[in-house]
Design a protein around this ligand. Structure first.
Ligand SMILES: [Zn+2]
Length: 465
């Protein structure tokens, strides 16, 4: 059994792992690095090209976030015989998100915000969609490769992260032994507002590929979701009471729908006035539609809840109507989550930031240097901010209330370490985390479970397991 990291291993980057299980070649996830564009954002697929001993039989995509899915069309074109597997909701999301990613890449090149050529076009991606095989959570499927020496089976486990997200359970017959492998991908052990916590295999496994996203985030384990929900609701209520408008920048898949469910709960509990208008925009509305269409067929805390059951309007396109929408107390749940330049949330932040009545409330992570991060720093330090440096904008004073609430779709590190205790793996390979995060995870796992070997892989360096 061999493991090879195809994506970057020093930071989160593009998720893409290669496993050779008794002659069967599997790729787990086919993501792009969200911090770069074009070919630079791809995992190192040359490592598996024309290599003896590295056949490519199947790719399993765990969920529809771009850092796990975005390179799939490239991979499928380079390896036309590969079998493609995902859960049924992820398949539905991929059919919406991949063509939309193609259109976005083209638009960014046209408007000059990148020089990278698009990785694929929308027509090609739509044509490739028929290759994807959607699976139910409880179904085992055969993955044995053309030159496989032992049977390999796969099964998806609900991962609790976003709609469709799954961990991968693999079994392989190798030299007369049955070996059990589990890849958590992005996982959340606890319930959010719509999506219940993840599920995991019952019996001990041999090899665990474990995510480490929040491995260096001490604060994450010190806050509870319930407490964050309370503080977030109170902050929205205060801003509305002072006649302000609330902007909640969100990611289109996952956070947007969870936040709408929370706003609905606040209205029902009279924490905020029921008549407060809520505005949404763009892709999150297409994703919300898929949340609703799959609500009876995929894990939910409340299958009756519909995202479009939450009273909401599309943010108006015309300037006059947009000004009108912003002028009265209202809530705007808009993308992007990190306030990237030329997105609606960035434009709204520019219009709201100078007025102390308004609130700009972050509900997710903003990477260092992103406009979302710059705004939070400026608010904390009392300095001015330029939210969109690409259009010669002048610095603005930050008078609006700016705050961050923690609603991660990932488990905090103590929960991840507990999962190791539950799955009792012989070996753990740490993935999807910065070096510091993985080091904390390794040290803690080794201290608590001294019999478990912990491996920090390096991109391109094959590991015999
Ligand atoms: Zn994810």
């Amino acid at each position: 059994m061999h493991y090879l990291a195809l994506g970057s291993t020093d930071d989160i980057g593009a998720s893409c792992h290669y496993l050779n299980l008794a002659g069967t070649g599997l790729i787990l996830d086919a993501g792009v690095d969200p911090e770069t564009d074009g070919v630079e954002s791809l995992p190192e697929l040359s490592l598996i090209h024309d290599r003896m001993g590295r056949p490519v039989d199947h790719v399993l995509v765990t969920h529809a976030h771009h850092d796990h899915l975005g390179a799939l069309p490239v991979l499928v074109q380079q390896f036309p015989n590969v079998g493609v597997h995902m859960t049924k909701p992820t398949q539905m999301l991929a059919e919406v998100l991949l063509p939309s990613s193609a259109r976005l890449q083209r638009r960014r090149l046209m408007e000059g915000s990148t020089t990278a050529r698009p990785l694929f076009d929308a027509d090609t991606v739509e044509a490739l969609g028929y290759l994807y095989e959607g699976h139910n959570l409880d179904a085992k499927f055969d993955l044995t490769g053309a030159r496989g020496e032992g049977e390999v089976t796969g099964q998806f486990y609900h991962a609790g992260h976003v709609l469709g997200a799954a961990g991968v359970f693999l079994e392989v017959q190798e030299a007369g032994q049955r070996r059990r492998i589990f890849y958590t991908s992005d996982t959340h052990l606890r319930s959010q507002t719509i999506i219940p916590g993840g599920e995991y295999p019952e019996d001990p496994i041999d090899l665990l590929l474990l995510e480490s996203t929040l491995g260096s985030d001490e604060e994450a384990e010190q806050t509870t979701r319930r407490e964050q929900e309370k503080l977030f609701g109170e902050a929205i209520a205060r801003a509305l009471e002072r006649g302000g408008t609330v902007l909640v920048p969100v990611f289109a898949l996952g956070r947007a729908q969870e936040i709408l469910a929370l706003i609905d709960r606040y209205k029902q509990r009279r924490i905020i006035p029921d008549e407060t208008p809520v505005y949404t925009n763009g892709q999150m509305r297409a994703v919300a539609d898929l949340y609703d269409r799959t609500r009876l067929a995929s894990p939910r805390l409340n299958p009756d809840f519909e995202v479009f059951g939450v009273d909401q309007q599309r943010f108006p396109r015309s300037d006059a109507r947009a000004r009108q929408a912003l002028s009265k107390p209202s809530i705007h749940v808009t993308s992007s989550g990190m306030l990237f330049e030329r997105t609606l949330s960035n434009k709204l932040a520019q219009q709201l930031v100078e007025d102390e009545r308004h609130g700009i409330f972050f509900v997710g992570f903003s990477k260092e240097g992103s406009p979302g991060d710059r705004l939070q720093r400026a608010a904390a330090e009392g300095t001015e901010v330029i939210l969109d440096a690409t259009n010669g904008q002048e610095a603005q004073p930050v008078r609006a209330e700016v705050a961050r609430f923690r609603f991660s779709g990932h488990s905090h590190r103590q929960d991840l370490v507990e999962l190791v205790g539950k799955l009792r793996p012989k070996k753990v390979v740490l993935v999807h985390g910065e070096t510091e995060a993985k080091q904390w995870m390794r040290d803690t796992i080794q201290r608590l479970y001294p019999g478990t070997e912990v491996i920090l892989p390096k991109q391109g360096v094959e590991i015999e397991l």
